[in-house]
Design a protein around this ligand. Sequence first.
Ligand SMILES: NC(=O)c1ccc[n+]([C@@H]2O[C@H](COP(=O)([O-])OP(=O)(O)OC[C@H]3O[C@@H](n4cnc5c(N)ncnc54)[C@H](OP(=O)(O)O)[C@@H]3O)[C@@H](O)[C@H]2O)c1
Length: 235
Amino acid sequence: MPDRNYCVVGGSSGIGRALVARLRGDGASVLTLSRRSEVANPAGHHVWDATCDPFPEAATGKRCNGLVYLPGSIRLAPIGRLSARDFRDDFEINVVGAVKAVQAMLPDLRAAAESGEGAAIVLVSSVAARTGLGMHASIAVAKGAVEGLGRALAAELAPHVRVNVVAPSLTDTPMAGRLLTSDKQRDMAASRHPLRTIGTADDIAAAIEYLLGADSRFVTGQVLNVDGGLGALRG
Ligand SMILES: NC(=O)c1ccc[n+]([C@@H]2O[C@H](COP(=O)([O-])OP(=O)(O)OC[C@H]3O[C@@H](n4cnc5c(N)ncnc54)[C@H](OP(=O)(O)O)[C@@H]3O)[C@@H](O)[C@H]2O)c1
């Protein structure tokens, strides 16, 4: 198999970090982008704030087999306490940032597709886009748009670039840290899921890795719910 090159936006923490470890473990080259500069692989990293910076040109210009966009948010509040600014901020980081990354990386993804190696994009939604959950209005709006973006791009970029979305439920990462501060909180969160557990970063990374690779060559335009059954089951 030729060398595989991936671009992981948000590879410095949580799900993205677990994904980078998996891809590198399989021998792929991985470029990461995020706001912080202190990362394990400074040579393969570009500092980028998806909410305000132009996408760094230096991160482009090389054949790319897969782009993953992970920056997002968990803003939980009753509707009366959410401002218009909150909705805009969640939309900016979850949706507009993903659009910027896709636009910048598309020539490199097309180059990989044209060389016959295959190319894929994976976006990240949330169980809250599909399942009505109280206090989740702003994140549900933003992640619903991510899922719409994923389907539209899948249609537009077929047959060359596959586009899919992964929708996790509560996952044990720094982003979810304040929801998981005690054993009691963890037990309650686990008990809400039919599988009686919460997700790990690696559970979600494994699903993303599948959607990037050749095993999913016949899959595009899908939302893969990796949520312990929360979105689909009663139990
Ligand atoms: N954890 C959960 O329970 C959960 C549930 C459902 C969905 N999700 C979704 O899963 C995705 C990944 O979340 P996670 O839990 O892995 O979170 P995380 O551990 O906080 O990681 C987020 C990553 O995004 C980067 N990032 C954040 N803001 C950025 C910005 N403005 N510009 C560029 N990069 C930025 C961070 O790096 P820097 O700090 O270096 O910028 C980090 O690498 C998110 O889209 C989230 O909404 C998570």
